[in-house]
Design a protein around this ligand. Structure first.
Ligand SMILES: [Zn+2]
Length: 101
């Protein structure tokens, strides 16, 4: 078994106040932007299957002129190696914290 370092996203549930703000400030994109990206990926995957790349995440980042090297490494560090993994590993924790709208 590979040693899996604890992912930042797993701590999100516990964060509040200043710690939460520090987390948000450290993100490569704004909270609303990331929420919108998750919604976008989910919509795209509804009709298509994941090809095990960050294809739709990339499309969203390009369309919105986001910092994709930083955002991609943030997704990877948190288990989001491809679009379906972003939905499995990041979206539930994110939405649990920030809501689903
Ligand atoms: Zn996938």
């Amino acid at each position: 078994m590979p040693i899996v370092r604890k992912r930042e996203i797993e701590n999100l549930e516990q964060l509040s106040g200043e710690e939460l703000q520090t987390f948000l400030d450290s993100l490569p994109a704004g909270q609303m932007t990331i929420s919108r990206m998750l919604d976008f990926i989910e919509d795209e995957l509804y009709e298509k299957t994941c090809d095990h790349h960050l294809m739709y995440a990339m499309k969203f980042m390009m369309d919105n002129r986001l910092d994709f090297p930083r955002l991609t490494s943030w997704l990877n560090e948190n288990g989001g190696y491809c679009d379906c993994k972003v939905m499995d590993e990041i979206a539930p924790i994110w939405r649990n914290k920030f809501g689903d709208d």
